[in-house]
Design a protein around this ligand. Structure first.
Ligand SMILES: Cc1cc2nc3c(=O)[nH]c(=O)nc-3n(C[C@H](O)[C@H](O)[C@H](O)COP(=O)(O)OP(=O)(O)OC[C@H]3O[C@@H](n4cnc5c(N)ncnc54)[C@H](O)[C@@H]3O)c2cc1C
Length: 381
């Protein structure tokens, strides 16, 4: 079915990003996996392509697209390379940057936005802690006043871009007596004394995404590091979550769609019992089921992207689309592995990698259970 959300402008932008990724990134994919890192020249290249500055006003060297469909088409192209590219780059331009653009002070914008737009600075977001993931209000890191400054202590875990980030938006308690109402956000310069990174975490999938623990040991933050209002950090995060979830949903479907297309190709080529494995009725029906499911998911995600571009995507709808896209992505990729037989279990095959890469999409950015909790709450049962 034809998709209707994108105009020629979006498609041209998407195709320029795809060209860049195919020429400069895919040939080095193994290297990034071995290094457990996306190289800096890729960040700069994506800066030149205009991806990293999509959310950034022209006054700070961004592209000021002001149309979420550009973010979405960029996410699709990144996810077609690998889920790690969609997550690492997506966190930077689609998740962290809006905090600084929408809530940041003039000083923060001037300091960070031009560098983020060009790819000189990589951004991360630190919400999750060892004892606070789904229950974010339970976080324990603290930022305590010291004159005009703040002293940050505590730790974060599972932070995407954590090992290489230059700047991170960090959530910390500014009122330890309160739960959600005692959290504030800070734009933290990662070169400050006391800002320490743990090892790169050894994940099941997405090896090229650097994911790390962060430790804060008396990090002295200037008053100007506060982003948004004191004690309103939880509200700020909740306001930004629909964009995080629609971005995830776009990547989930694009990723599964790409690997499914590669699997259809494989099923045409691979022979067993003198015929292509795709021509066995079971596999033909399976593939028919999968392509239909993906098209259905695509239509749903497209509708949500259009709603978000119009500023109308609700938190409930964002939860629905994030939930269902992650579940379908995982079902599709599990079948893609099956259709590859033993090769589907070999890391050198994209289907195997994609399957491992995708498992986390049902956990991060709000797990499927939390998404169902949000959706269920709306039913007022
Ligand atoms: C690769 C990776 C990258 C990540 N990147 C980032 C990042 O950049 N920044 C960041 O801040 N965080 C990041 N995260 C953290 C991620 O968002 C959390 O892992 C996620 O929110 C779940 O939290 P948790 O791991 O503490 O699990 P828990 O909250 O301990 O949940 C454990 C299980 O209990 C279930 N559960 C919890 N509460 C309920 C409930 N009320 N009802 C039913 N079931 C429930 C969950 O669904 C889950 O199945 C990342 C995680 C991973 C794995």
């Amino acid at each position: 079915m034809d998709r209707t959300i994108y105009t020629d402008d979006h498609r041209q932008f998407g195709s320029a990003v795809r060209d860049y990724l195919q020429k400069n990134v895919l040939p080095n994919a193994e290297q990034y996996i071995d290094d457990k890192l996306i190289a800096r020249d890729v960040w700069r290249g994506l800066g030149e392509q205009g991806v990293l500055g999509l959310e950034i006003p022209e006054a700070y060297d961004g592209g000021e697209a002001e149309d979420y469909r550009f973010n979405a088409i960029a996410q699709e192209e990144l996810a077609a390379v690998s889920m790690a590219f969609a997550s690492s780059v997506g966190i930077d331009f689609d998740i962290v940057t809006p905090y600084i653009v929408k809530l940041g002070t003039e000083e923060q914008k001037q300091q960070w936005l031009p560098q983020i737009a060009s790819g000189e600075a990589v951004a991360a977001i630190g919400m999750t802690e060892p004892s606070a993931g789904s229950d974010l209000a339970a976080l324990k890191s603290t930022a305590v006043r010291s004159g005009d400054d703040w002293i940050l202590n505590g730790s974060k875990t599972f932070i995407t871009n954590g090992y290489t980030c230059d700047v991170a938006v960090i959530a910390a308690k500014t009122n330890v007596e309160a739960r959600a109402r005692g959290i504030s956000l800070f734009v933290v310069d990662a070169s400050l004394p006391g800002f320490q990174r743990g090892r790169k975490l050894d994940k099941v999938g997405q090896p090229e995404a650097d994911t790390a623990e962060l430790f804060f040991d008396d990090v002295r933050l200037p008053a100007s590091a506060l982003v948004g209002e004191v004690d309103r950090g939880f509200v700020h995060m909740m306001e930004k979550l629909p964009q995080e979830r629609i971005g995830s949903a776009v990547a989930n479907v694009a990723h599964a769609k790409q690997i499914l297309a590669e699997t259809v190709e494989y099923a045409r080529e691979r022979k067993a019992f003198g015929q292509s494995i795709g021509s066995f009725q079971h596999n033909k029906f399976l593939l028919a089921d999968l392509v239909t499911k993906i098209e259905m998911a695509q239509a749903y995600v497209d509708q949500a992207v259009a709603a978000h571009a119009d500023g109308k995507l609700t938190a409930i709808d964002a939860a629905k689309v994030k939930y269902v896209s992650a579940e379908i992505q995982n079902q599709v990729l599990d079948s893609c592995v099956q259709l590859h037989g033993g090769y589907g279990y070999m890391r050198e095959y994209r289907a195997a990698r994609a399957w491992m890469d995708a498992r986390v999409t049902r956990i991060w950015a709000g797990s499927s259970e939390i998404m169902k909790e949000i959706i269920g709450r709306d039913l007022q049962l």
